[in-house]
Structure formats: C-alpha cells, structure tokens
Ligand binder design. Structure first.
Ligand code: GLN
Length: 465
C-alpha cells in the first residue's frame, strides 16, 4: 500500500473508533495527508518513512492544537515542533493526531481531561489508565503502531499495562523535553508506546539524544536499539523485590507477575532477590515534589500569554484569578494548592526539603540493587483497568495506583511495561522492568524476547479489523 493510501486508512480508522474510544482530541487529516504526499514523493531511506504516529496533546506540534487536555489551552496552537516531533518528521514519520490525556498529565485514569474520558478498548466501561491514556488506546486499538506519551510518575507504563501494550519511560535526559509542556521538570520525560518492543525501539532510536534546546538532555551516544534486539536474555540477572509483592495488590496481578518471573527464568534469565527499602516512601515523596514543581510551572497560565482568558474582569488580578478558576479543572487546582503549601515558608523544610532528601535515598536503593542485577521486576500497576468513576472521587486511591512506577521517575532511571497475562475478566496485566541509567537497550531486549515467547492470548474488543 502506498504511504498516501496507508495514511488515509489510518485516519479513517482513527475517525471510525474515536466516537467510542475518545482517544484523539484532534485527528489532523489535512496535515497528515499533505505530509504523506511529501514523504511519498521524497523517496529516500528514512528510518520511519510513512509510519503513522499519534502524539500526546502536551507535546507541541507546529500549527496543530496542543491543549494539554485543559480548558485553559483549548485554543492553543504551538508555533514550533517539540524536538521529538521534529526528529520524527525528519525520519519520515507522519503525525496523524493529538491524543487525549489527563489535564496537564495529572492523573492515572484519563478522567481529569477537560474533553471527556478515554475508554479502554478491552472494556469500554473501564479507564485506559493515565495520564497518557489516549496515546495508549491509539496503539491498543490498532490505529497506529506507536505513539508518544509523557511520564512524570508512570503515565506511560501504567496505561500501557492497563491496555495490553508496551510502554517505555526512558532515562531522564535520554529524550529532549523541548516542547513538552512542563508539569514537574525534574521528573518529566517523553515516553513511547508501541504495539511491540521493536516498535518502541524504532522510535526511540530516532528521537533520543542531545538537543541544544534542552540543557538537561544528555550527550550520551544513541545505539541502534532495534538492531540490538537479539532475542537472547540468557544470563541476564533480574532482581525481584519480594517485599513489594505484599499488600494492596490484586491477587490476579500478583499471580500473573509471578508467572512472568517463571517465564523469564525459562528463557534463561537468572532471578535474584533485591531490596528497595525506601520504595514505600515513593508515593509521598512524589506527590510533594511533583506538586511543588507543578505549582511553579503552571503559574504561566494566567490569561495573558496563552489560550483561554475569562471574560468580564475589570482589573488585572481579578482577570488572573477568574481565568485560572474557570480554566483549570479540580485535580489541577488541587495540585497547585498542595504544591504551593509544601513550598510555603514554615512548611518548606518539613515537606519539600525532606522529600528531596528521601528522593536521594530512593535513588541510592537502586544504585545498591543494580550492583547485583541488570533489571528489577515488579508489577506495573497494582490492579487491572478499574471502572470509570470508581476512583474519581478519591484522590488518594488514585495516587496509590502509581505505587510501582513513581520511584523510577524519582531516580531518573528507565522502565518498561510489557504485557504478561490476562485477568479472569479478560483484562490485560503488565509486568515492569526497571533498569540502570541508559539501559533502555537491555530493557527493550527483555521485553521483546518476552512478548515473542509469551504473547497475550486475546485482542481488545474494539480494534481495527
Ligand atoms: N499518575 C501520576 C500523577 O497523577 C503520574 C502522572 C504522570 O506521569 N504524568 O501525577
């Protein structure tokens, strides 16, 4: 099929499924068809020539909408491409649309989007996970093979797990954050979803690497991740922190993840015990640091510089106040207030400064553990996809769904979620592998070998035929 035909088919599929799934906030037909014609004509041997990609709506795309799932940016169009998008374009990929998300990437279910919740294609009464739920569903439903999401505390790995696909959070600094709308800058990453680990590897190789526009991007060589997938995990050491398999985790998830440990052993990996004594502080530390940074980053949305401005104010401060009151949703306001509180004088030392110290201990846990293993295996999420509405009135229950993912963001290390089984109700379960700095290649090789040997036994109910 030609690139133009293939792109048209992708756009048709996206439109056909979006009524039911709501995974796209915009389907960019004109832009994509024009790009397809250009890429087709150019010829050449570009690594992602003609590959359709969906992009989370907090990653800037020139002349296309970038709403961050928020009313306050409902009419915002960026005038530049994020570096990751620019590199995708240069590699011949075609952005077909922008995907739905929790408002400003704050959430684990996609229910905080100002534009309606995303449905899980395995069961449309359930959430897809979040905050990159739209990007996860665009891949899980078969519309695209790969998409970009963002990760501050698990927003790629957790929805990947709940939707039965592969999701990678790279090392902090591996992919430029230029053009990713900031939530918590010391934790934010662009992440990648793929139908398979090889799809993720293909995208990572193109977008990773130093960028002069992001001083936190690292000057570390970018290997050919795809070529390095060799289906061999013999002798790899996988650490299992048994203490984290206790309370608060669904039995079915525990069983499936235990089974994945046996399966890795069968593939030739060596399983060793590791300890992460500070892991249980991850959630508390994360929700202090992430909210503190968010309260500062989101100060720029004031009705003057971007997007929405409230009507009917007679004076500047009133205009700021009304714009933010009407423009932000409840979860974003909750985070801004929590973050302002933990940074305020008198509380700074007790909360923010303390959290930074514990963050260093979480990181040290991993340094110790990686002296004895190549990757650490845990569940990605303590449960399968929950019902829409089940946790939306209980922020703490929602925050607890990040228990296995936030620590990697605090430490800055990479992690991948790979499907490892189905629950009794036929919902996917993910197993997570976290690795040392710059070990994306090792993680993707483990994921690729696993998914080929132990593929899921079913497909989502709603997907491209
Ligand atoms: N669920 C987490 C939160 O709400 C993580 C979000 C993210 O990774 N963007 O903060």
């Amino acid at each position: 099929m030609s690139i133009v035909e293939n792109t048209r088919k992708t756009l048709d599929n996206a439109e056909k499924l979006n009524g039911e799934l709501n995974s796209f906030l915009s389907i960019e037909r004109d832009h994509a068809m024009q790009r397809a014609a250009e890429v087709e004509k150019d010829g050449g041997d570009r690594p992602l020539r003609g590959v359709a990609i969906a992009v989370k709506d907090n990653i800037c795309t020139k002349n296309l909408q970038t709403t961050c799932g928020s009313r306050i940016l409902h009419n915002y169009r960026a005038h530049y491409d994020a570096t990751a998008v620019e590199r995708l374009n240069r590699a011949g990929a075609i952005v077909v649309g922008k995907t739905n998300m929790d408002e400003f990437a704050m959430g684990s279910s996609n229910e905080s989007s100002a534009f309606g919740t995303v449905k899980n294609p395995w069961d449309t009464t359930r959430v897809p996970g979040g905050s990159s739920g739209g990007s996860a569903v665009a891949v899980a439903s078969g519309v695209v093979r790969a998409s970009l999401g963002s990760e501050t505390g698990g927003s790629v790995r957790q929805p990947a797990s709940l939707c039965g696909i592969v999701g990678l959070k790279p090392t902090y600094g591996r992919i430029s954050r230029f053009g990713l709308v900031a939530f918590a800058s010391s934790l934010d990453n662009i992440g990648i979803f793929g139908a398979t680990a090889a799809d993720v590897a293909g995208v990572l190789g193109v977008i990773a690497g130093r960028d002069k526009n992001d001083s936190t991007s690292a000057d570390v060589p970018v290997p050919d991740y795809r070529a390095a997938l060799d289906d061999d995990v013999k002798g790899r050491k996988i650490g299992v922190p048994r203490a984290l398999f206790g309370e608060g985790i669904d039995d079915e998830v525990r069983d499936a993840v235990e089974k994945s440990i046996d399966n890795f052993r069968a593939l030739g990996a060596e399983i060793v015990d590791v300890e992460l004594p500070y892991a249980n502080y991850g959630i508390a530390v994360y929700y202090i640091i992430a909210t503190a940074e968010a309260s500062s980053n989101l100060a720029r949305f004031d009705g003057v510089r971007y997007g929405f401005r409230a009507e009917g104010s007679h004076e500047l401060r009133e205009m700021y106040r009304k714009t933010r009151e009407e423009g932000f949703g409840a979860e974003v306001k909750r985070r801004i207030m929590l973050g302002t509180y933990v940074l305020s004088s008198g509380y700074y030392d007790a909360y923010y400064a303390k959290a930074q110290k514990v963050r260093a201990l979480v990181k040290r846990d991993y340094e110790t553990a990686f002296a004895n293993c190549d990757a650490i295996l845990t569940p990605t999420s303590p449960s399968t996809a929950f019902k829409i509405g089940e946790k939306s009135d209980d922020p703490l229950a929602m925050y607890l769904s990040d228990i296995y993912t936030v620590s990697a963001n605090l430490a800055g290390i990479p992690g991948v979620s790979v499907p490892c089984g189905l629950s009794g109700e036929g919902l996917p379960i993910g197993t997570q592998l976290v690795g040392n700095f710059w070990s994306e290649g090792v993680l993707l090789n483990l994921a690729n070998t696993y998914e080929k040997a132990f593929p899921l036994a079913a497909r989502p109910k709603i997907s491209v035929a």
